[in-house]
Design a protein around this ligand. Structure first.
Ligand SMILES: *Cc1c(COP(=O)(O)O)cnc(C)c1O
Length: 367
């Protein structure tokens, strides 16, 4: 089979989606599946649809368009703030978008009127992670202004943590969102449809029974796809983690010293490399590199193999202590974290292979 490739186990992903959907449902929460981690590939989106997911979120309008064109049914939300320059596409393809800027909401309003649509907006509230969000004390004036706009429905509020500042979800910051929601509801004289309490890292509050009651939506990508929570540094109980694997091929295997010789400048990415002298080691080079993957977030399946690093198109392993045979032409497997998955899914050089255990079949990426 072609290398490098990412093998995606649809059956295991479906099980994760079903499990999380049930867990959310029990707590009065709707699960929005976030599709950006897999570039909204229709094979995976279909699987989520089969798991009963009816809400999808992505950070890119192109991906939402892809979902629509693949006939995925459900409510589509743009979860990255729209660019002013893409208002036309946002209104055309997304039902809902996350917003914080009045100027952009005005543009969406004009576009909605001209496309004869009602576009729903969710206002993101800043609770401390310092990525996007309206400062809570500025919320009232924002609402006063945008409530008059035509073609726009104020659909809900959302918070975002664990992304830029590494701030963990807590009862306190989630409660800040609920308070903001109540304020907006008072001003509008009606209930908000969506109070969106965060992403994969917020599942911990749910598991511990600490999720404030009014939260009625979570936006989940990583947990469904990998069964992990990178922000909280944990494996999520009840979920499959063997959902995706990378396979890459050995193109050189040689014994070499462990420290480079000659005058040392910078590596291909401008960094000053550091080496520990371990004597002569057996090294394998794989035909995959930083253009395709985040090398540091790969975990070799063979015990005893160590990832030394890589360049644009090569990954270098120390296989001296490998517990299995390594040879030129060997196709080696790796587990991955979120960053690696994102890059592998995006790289056009990496073959996507889907495995459906229920149907007992394996099929390749057909775009
Ligand atoms: C990516 C993203 C998510 C999903 O995050 P996961 O950690 O993959 O669950 C949710 N909300 C926003 C705004 C995002 O950008």
């Amino acid at each position: 089979m072609k290398c490098p490739r990412i093998e995606v186990n649809l059956t295991k992903i479906k099980q994760n989606a079903c499990y999380l959907k049930k867990m959310c449902q029990k707590n009065g929460i709707e699960l929005m599946a976030v599709t950006k981690g897999f570039c909204a590939k229709h094979q995976i989106a279909k699987t989520l649809e089969e798991a009963g997911i009816t809400r999808f979120g992505d950070s890119r309008v192109e991906n939402i368009r892809k979902l629509r064109e693949a006939n995925i049914r459900g409510e589509m939300t743009l979860i990255r703030l729209p660019m002013l320059s893409e208002a036309v596409e946002v209104v055309k393809w997304a039902d809902v978008s996350f917003n914080t800027e009045i100027e952009v909401i005005e543009a969406l309003s004009r576009e909605a009127v001209s496309q004869n649509k009602l576009h729903k907006i969710v206002l993101v509230i800043e609770v401390g992670d310092l990525r996007e969000g309206i400062m809570p004390e500025k919320l009232v004036e924002t609402i006063k202004y945008i409530r008059k706009l035509k073609g726009i429905e104020i659909y809900g509020v959302a918070l975002n943590v664990g992304c830029f500042g590494g701030v963990l979800p807590s009862i306190t910051n989630t409660q800040t969102l609920v308070e903001a929601a109540i304020k907006v509801e008072e001003m509008l004289g009606k209930d908000l449809k969506v109070i969106s309490g965060g992403s994969t890292c917020s599942l911990k509050l749910l598991e511990e029974g600490k999720m404030p009651e009014r939260i009625n939506q979570l936006r989940i990508g990583e947990a469904i796809l990998l069964g992990t929570d990178v922000t909280g540094q944990r494996k999520i109980p009840g979920l499959n983690r063997n959902t995706m694997r990378l396979v890459a091929e050995v193109v050189e295997l040689k014994e070499k010293p462990s420290v480079p010789w000659g005058e040392i400048g910078r590596d291909a990415f401008g960094k000053l490399p550091k080496f520990e002298d371990k004597g002569i080691r057996k090294r394998a080079i794989l035909a995959i590199g930083r253009q395709d993957v985040v090398i540091e977030s790969l975990i070799p399946e063979i015990e005893g193999v160590k990832v030394l690093g890589g360049s644009s198109d090569h990954m270098i392993l120390d296989v001296t202590d490998a517990q299995d045979d390594v040879y030129v032409g060997k196709q080696m497997g790796f587990k991955m974290s979120y960053g690696a998955m994102l890059a592998l899914m995006t790289s056009e050089y990496v073959e996507k292979v889907y495995i459906d255990e229920d149907e007992g079949k394996t099929f390749k990426n057909i775009e």
